[in-house]
Design a binder for this molecule. Structure first.
Ligand code: HEM
Length: 307
């Protein structure tokens, strides 16, 4: 009997990272946690009745991260992309809801099976002399994966200058019962700013983690959370299909980070962000990538707690 695809995904991520690395996430292992608050815009309530979109100043917990399961990956390393942002909104009734996004708009695979195919091809290419290599073969027959790996992923000046994208669509319903599908965009108020190639090559291994910890002491770290709204006929269940920039976007509100969580390392270990931890007014699409994520994250979470 084969293991479930979600567990195989965590196994391959672990192998690719040279793990297991006891106590760390199988992906996005290196990170830092901050806290702050979220205040909705005036039009947010017209999109969804979700509690944090009705009232000001919901407390938020944010974790920024580098890709891969390598706990000490240099922040500017080519493998440390996409960057991640995980946001937990604490709601007045004691529950919470999460947004978990990356620094690339779009995903390399439409299904967990295809994502496993890509990761396994990368794994099988290590030390392989085959021409074309397994990963070259995979990319040759999977245009979305080719597009994702060839998308430029420049090193940001700061996590506070990096835009992030929700990639998976959700269904938003307002108090009048009107529904729309949308994808999150998390846009830095400081503007998108990147290092030159030379500066990235010279960057210290922890430059992003250190920079955000310093910046938050003296400057605002703020993002606008936008929702890109699907037109009729837009693909809502396929994360490889990016919607055109011309689609309507609605500002949902402003995220303001105020400090680093004091015990960031201990807190992140016992915390699992979950893109399907939702609240009334926000529902999942049927995107198979989205629906696979909580299971894969729970496998990784269970292992890190037991290591
Ligand atoms: C089937 C597809 C995917 C798989 C198998 C996968 C796998 C994982 C795993 C195993 C973790 C570690 C979770 C933990 O231990 O707490 C993780 C974390 C993360 N993933 Fe994914 N992922 C997928 C898709 C995505 C997508 C589509 C996005 C964003 C659009 C994303 C963004 C992130 C981020 C930001 C984190 C770090 C969360 C944190 O800071 O705790 N992933 N992923």
């Amino acid at each position: 009997d084969e293991k479930p695809v979600t567990e195989q995904l965590v196994d391959t991520l672990t192998t690719l990272a040279g793990g297991p690395h006891a106590g760390f996430r199988a992906n996005h292992a290196k990170g830092i946690m901050l806290e702050g608050s979220f205040t909705p815009s005036a039009q947010a309530a017209s999109i969804s009745k979700a509690a944090h979109l009705q009232k000001a100043d919901s407390p938020v917990l944010v974790r920024f991260s580098d890709a891969t399961g390598v706990p000490n990956i240099p922040d500017a390393s080519g493998n440390a992309f996409p960057k991640g942002i995980a946001i937990r909104f604490q709601l007045a009734d004691g529950t919470a809801t999460d947004i978990v996004s990356i620094s690339v708009n779009g995903f390399p695979a439409a299904t967990p099976e295809d994502f496993l195919g890509l990761l396994n091809a990368v794994r099988d290419s290590q030390g392989s002399t085959a021409k074309p290599s397994p990963v070259e073969q995979f990319l040759g027959s999977h245009p979305a994966a080719l597009k994702f790996v060839t998308t430029p992923k420049p090193a940001p000046v700061s996590f506070a200058t990096q835009p992030f994208f929700g990639v998976n669509a959700f269904k938003f319903t307002n108090a009048a019962g009107q529904s729309e599908y949308g994808r999150y965009q998390i846009i830095p108020v400081a503007g998108a700013q990147y290092l030159s190639k030379e500066a990235a090559d010279a960057a210290a291994p922890d430059y992003l983690m250190n920079e955000i910890a310093e910046r938050v002491k003296t400057q605002g770290v703020q993002y606008k959370i936008l929702l890109q709204i699907a037109d009729k006929g837009d693909e809502v269940n396929n994360a490889t299909v990016v919607w055109p920039d011309s689609r309507k976007t609605v500002e949902l509100g402003t995220l303001t980070l105020k400090s680093v969580v004091a015990d960031s390392k201990a807190r992140e270990k016992t915390l699992m962000f979950n893109p399907l931890q939702l609240t009334e007014g926000i529902e999942p699409s049927q995107d198979p990538i989205l629906l696979a994520r909580p299971t894969a994250y729970a496998v990784s979470y269970g292992r890190r707690l037991n290591q």
